[in-house]
Design a protein around this ligand. Structure first.
Ligand SMILES: [Zn+2]
Length: 212
């Protein structure tokens, strides 16, 4: 959790993987991301999973939990007109984080969980028309995590044109501007930055075996 790393937004790194340290969730019906707050740091507590997640530091300033909580409350209580904006990344495997898009922080609660207080932050994807106005990437252009995992396995984690293993990007085979979708792995592939730039908006012919 990084509150206001940029002047206008914060960053959250989430994970729904088994064994992740926090239990983040996505409510598929409403697309709401329910992000769990962070435990007390190890230097302050020997068993962080048994004590309340902290709102403030020992010196009394707000923790990251506290900053996000205050921002969510301010919006809920209508003390501010606009919800706090958050850029979200999701861990899909060790060392690989995927961009999930911009979210609005709309609510926060403290839940009792096995006798201790745990923060839950509620975030909703920012509407496409708002993002277009702000020249940010809308939610429906984001490749879903499941598709990314499939593509990563299929393309074996390297550029499918030159085999490079660095500076990799997920790329739409049929560009979004020409009606390509992010929703199936057939239209997504891994390219390195060089090959991606070379492609620009042209449709490349890909050896058919790659998509069988
Ligand atoms: Zn390449």
């Amino acid at each position: 959790m990084n509150f206001n790393v940029k002047p206008n937004y914060s960053i959250l790194l989430m994970s729904v993987r088994k064994g992740a340290p926090y239990s983040d969730k996505i409510d598929r019906k409403t697309n709401t991301l329910i992000y769990e707050g962070h435990d007390s740091p190890r230097n302050l507590s020997n068993s962080p999973k048994e004590v309340d997640q902290p709102l403030t530091t020992p010196k009394g300033s707000l923790t990251e939990n506290g900053k996000f909580f205050t921002a969510a409350q301010a919006y809920k209580l209508k003390l501010t007109q606009h919800p706090h904006r958050v850029k979200v990344y999701e861990k899909i495997q060790n060392g690989i984080w995927c961009y999930k898009g911009f979210y609005n922080l709309i609510d926060a609660k403290i839940e009792r969980n096995s006798g201790r207080g745990v923060f839950k932050f509620y975030l909703q994807p920012v509407e496409i028309k708002t993002l277009k106005k702000e020249k940010l990437i809308p939610f429906n252009r984001i490749i879903p995590t499941q598709v990314k995992i499939e593509v990563w396995k299929r393309d074996e984690g390297h550029c499918i044109i030159c085999g490079a293993k660095q500076n990799l990007h997920y790329d739409h085979d049929l560009p979004f501007s020409k009606g390509g979708t992010s929703l199936t792995s057939q239209n997504v592939r891994i390219l390195c930055l060089k090959c991606n730039l070379r492609k620009s908006n042209k449709i490349l012919t890909i050896p058919p075996f790659l998509f069988t």
